[in-house]
Design a protein around this ligand. Structure first.
Ligand code: GCW
Length: 843
């Protein structure tokens, strides 16, 4: 922008400027839209920002855009701009669609055709003054432009000579919530539903409005508010007025409301004796239902369907296909421009594990590829990014290339079901980048997943991105203060999958914690390495997350995936490990990829190490490309991963004073917890494979814990030794519990090392059905005490509840008596696993 002549308004603007306040306490509720005041230095470059906002046009979306502009300027720069409907001789920030602005300024030409939802930020001389233009072809794009404008300013980016237009990569940029009408959220880790309580939409919609604004700020344009395991009653007449209320809250933010429906609804709530998609009464029922919804909710988005999957009813009940099922609904929605997201997550969960040819990974392709071209144009097949289910690592789904004449969307998971449930830091953008950039190489041509799902490759009318988010009532939305980076990053990738993971991490950190370069680089680096860290201590080499797949999907549960019908097998026995998915000797899954890739995965030599055990069954002594044996890699990666998790704590501690105390403390405690739980994971998996293979760790770590004293071998008063199942989830396979009628128990050991400074770690079990108390004494003096109340997903002792308490810097003398006292509460028996005393040099 050319220099603006300072006006009276600008002087007022400068006077109103206040220096940044020192680190006010923050809850995280504002996510990345904090609009925190810039300091004097940083705000100087915006001192010529116009003091008047002129808006052309009138709509709910434009009003949101204008209000957001005022809110942003007030927050970031400490000044309230004036609103006007007309341009005067002062510079202004001009808002409106391009046609509306062009009416006033026919000379304004857009740089290129602005796609729907795209925006253009530019500067122009109007009446001799330089003004900012925030425009788009539609109202929603104007809103996106306003948010983009503030993203720049909040990060201290220059807006001088601004001239930038952006178009989203795909039309579909949706989020799903798995909220139940009773207020619980399936796989939600941050409190109860913001949408529902007691079978109905909540009375207070304020969090929904906040959520809609957050989503809009990063270009999300649709939200499915209920669980894909759908309660049919959400479609009944009683609930419709409630949905209207939600839609009204979404509309000013350009978020289309959609809901998950049960395919058997015509029967469950429609009073029919069938839900056969070919029955004319069923056809009519869906038509009427759609008409009814659209007359109450203009702009309604459509329906999400999970059918014939994990116990849900589906078209197989009538010998119909998924296309038949999707189309009956799609035809009803079509006149209203509604869409059906039909999920490809269809598999048999009663597979015979004894049959080496059986393979759940094949299911999506086997079920949907034969139906390619049979779906209506307003059906979108929603495909999980991998063939199994959001594991720590999977190859990309074969179905992406299996549909050429059908719309598709990729389904990602922000809620960290298999990746630490927001108690572990796991920034998933690097994983999603790998998936989206992954080249499926068809006929020698490059075919990245992002182009397939966006509908670019086969010129599909629709396509894009969906993520399961599951925010809850927790103030910071997702529980872990750093977890919202995944929602932010998902949306940024849906807008532009060519952004790098680092760009996204830097943007999010800077918006969330302020632009201090030290803060940004420290947090970004931790984010960027965190997926790899999590993978390395949970289930490397493509074994998938070795978690308890029959329960919480949280802590270690190595054998839970074996020998049952769920098909998440990794087939570990004494001799070898891995699923043979080759065409030659295995399940043939590798052959579902286009030929070049199929060849790569078919051969041991060319399969990348990180997916080796996904595609091949090998002996533990098999040498990886890295030069290590499989079993040594398992040991090493778990130790390295746990070490890296411990380092996150130290890195975070270096930010003390640079982040407000509330978010600093909340993050620190989660990172400390993670660092302890990473050791639980490490030990469970390493000890398990040591016992199974009989091959010892070349570095002598596994099975040797010289600083550790098992609770069961301490001097116990009241505590009783118990076995833990599975054995590898407790050190030595045992723990001690304080059973009724005991009210207090204690476990004591004598320190036999040399006097000095130590870290004392106590491994205990924190269940969610009691709040036991613990106290540590050294020679009868209390050195620490705490309550076990972390609300972990556990009602018993084991890998989900095992937790570490660290007392850093404790001075110990040879012969000191260390006593751990446990006071049980309700069903929680103040259980202990072990104590570890580590010298400062060993840390
Ligand atoms: O990963 C599994 C989850 C289920 C979920 C299902 C799905 C909503 O464990 O809780 O059900 O995926 O995606 O449908």
């Amino acid at each position: 922008m050319k220099r603006l002549v300072p006006t009276i308004a600008f002087t007022a603007f400068l006077a109103a400027y206040a220096p940044s306040e020192p680190l006010r306490a923050e809850t995280g509720a504002e996510a990345w839209l904090r609009y925190a005041r810039l300091d004097a230095h940083a705000s100087r470059q915006y001192e010529n920002l116009p003091a008047i906002v002129v808006m052309f046009g009138d709509s709910a979306l434009l009003n949101s855009s204008r209000d957001e502009l005022v809110r942003g300027i007030r927050g970031i720069l400490g000044k309230t701009p004036r609103i006007s409907r007309r341009l005067s001789h002062e510079p202004a920030i001009v808002l409106g669609t391009l046609p509306a602005i062009q009416k006033a300024f026919p000379e304004l030409r857009s740089p290129q055709n602005l796609a729907a939802d795209g925006y253009w930020l530019t500067t122009i001389r109007i009446h001799g003054c330089d003004s900012f233009i925030i425009t788009a072809s539609r109202d929603r794009g104007v809103l996106y432009g306003v948010f983009a404008f503030f993203s720049k300013i909040a990060r201290g980016e220059s807006v001088k000579n601004l001239d930038e237009s952006q178009q989203p990569y795909a039309a579909i940029r949706w989020v799903d919530q798995w909220d139940n009408l009773d207020g619980r959220i399936e796989r939600g880790y941050a409190g109860r539903s913001i949408f529902f309580e007691n079978g109905a939409v909540r009375a207070d919609l304020s969090r929904i409005a906040d959520y809609a604004r957050i989503l809009a700020s990063v270009g999300i344009n649709g939200c499915t508010i209920n669980n894909v395991n759908a309660d049919a009653h959400l479609l009944d007449d009683d609930h419709l007025p409630q949905l209207v209320r939600v839609a009204n809250v979404f509309r000013p933010w350009g978020i289309q409301l959609s809901i998950s429906v049960d395919l058997s609804s015509p029967k469950i709530i429609g009073g029919l004796d069938t839900f056969d998609p070919f029955d004319p009464r069923v056809v009519e029922w869906w038509r009427k239902k759609s008409d009814q919804i659209y007359s109450a909710i203009p702009g309604f988005g459509g329906f999400v369907v999970k059918a014939d999957s994990e116990g849900r009813l589906g078209p197989s009940a009538y010998n119909r296909t998924h296309a038949d099922a999707a189309n009956v609904i799609a035809r009803a929605l079509k006149p209203h421009n509604g869409v059906v997201f039909y999920r490809a997550f269809v598999y048999n969960h009663h597979l015979d594990w004894r049959d080496p040819k059986n393979d759940r990974a094949r299911a999506a392709y086997d079920n949907f590829h034969p139906l390619d071209g049979k779906f209506e144009d307003n059906v979108i097949i929603q495909i999980k990014h991998g063939p199994i289910d959001f594991q720590a690592r999977e190859p990309v789904s074969t179905l992406f290339t299996g549909l050429e004449r059908t719309n598709e969307a990729i389904e990602l998971q922000v809620t960290q079901e298999y990746t630490g449930q927001q108690r572990h830091l796991c920034f998933l953008i690097p994983m999603w980048k790998e998936v989206l950039d992954f080249d499926l190489l068809v006929n020698g041509a490059s075919l990245p997943v992002k182009d397939l799902v966006a509908g670019k490759t086969f010129h599909r009318p629709m396509g894009g991105f969906v993520a399961v988010v599951n925010v809850g009532l927790d103030e910071n939305w997702l529980g872990h203060p750093l977890a919202m980076a995944n929602l932010y990053g998902y949306a940024r990738l849906a807008w532009n999958p060519n952004l790098t993971a680092r760009e996204i991490a830097d943007e999010w950190t800077s918006l969330t914690f302020g632009p201090n370069p030290n803060v940004v680089s420290t947090i970004s680096s931790a984010l960027l390495s965190s997926w790899n860290t999590y993978e390395s201590y949970t289930g490397p080499l493509g074994m998938q997350t070795l978690t308890d797949i029959l329960g919480s999907h949280y802590g270690p549960g190595i054998e839970s995936s074996e020998e049952n019908g769920w098909g998440q097998w990794h087939r570990a026995d004494q001799k070898g490990v891995g699923m043979d998915r080759t065409v030659r000797t295995g399940t043939g899954y590798a052959g579902q990829y286009p030929p070049l890739l199929a060849k790569i995965y078919e051969s041991l030599d060319t399969t990348p190490d990180e997916l080796l055990l996904f595609f091949h069954h090998v002996p533990y002594t098999y040498i990886l490309h890295s030069g290590k044996t499989v079993v040594q890699h398992i040991y090493d990666s778990h130790y390295e991963g746990a070490d890296r998790a411990a380092n996150y704590v130290r890195q975070w501690e270096s930010l003390k004073g640079l982040i407000d105390d509330d978010r600093y403390g909340a993050t620190l405690s989660r990172l400390e917890y993670q660092s302890g739980h990473a050791i639980v994971w490490r030990d469970a998996i390493c000890e398990y494979f040591l016992r199974l293979t009989g091959i010892s760790d070349a570095k002598g770590r596994v099975g040797h814990h010289p600083n550790r004293t098992e609770a069961e071998s301490m001097q116990l008063t009241g505590y009783k030794s118990v076995s833990v199942t599975p054995w590898e989830n407790a050190s030595g396979g045992k723990a001690v519990e304080c059973p009724p009628p005991q009210q207090t128990c204690s476990a004591q050991l004598t320190f036999e090392g040399t006097s000095g400074m130590y870290e004392l770690d106590v491994q205990y079990f924190d269940q969610n059905n009691g709040e036991s108390r613990f106290r540590i004494f050294v020679n009868n003096e209390v050195v620490d005490e705490w309550t076990a109340n972390l609300q972990l997903p556990a009602t018993t002792i084991g890998g989900d509840s095992s937790t570490r308490r660290s007392i850093t810097n404790i001075s110990l003398h040879h012969g000191d008596e260390i006593r751990i006292e446990g006071i049980p509460d309700r069903e929680e028996r103040a259980a202990l696993d072990y104590a570890e005393i580590i010298s400062r040099q060993q840390r």
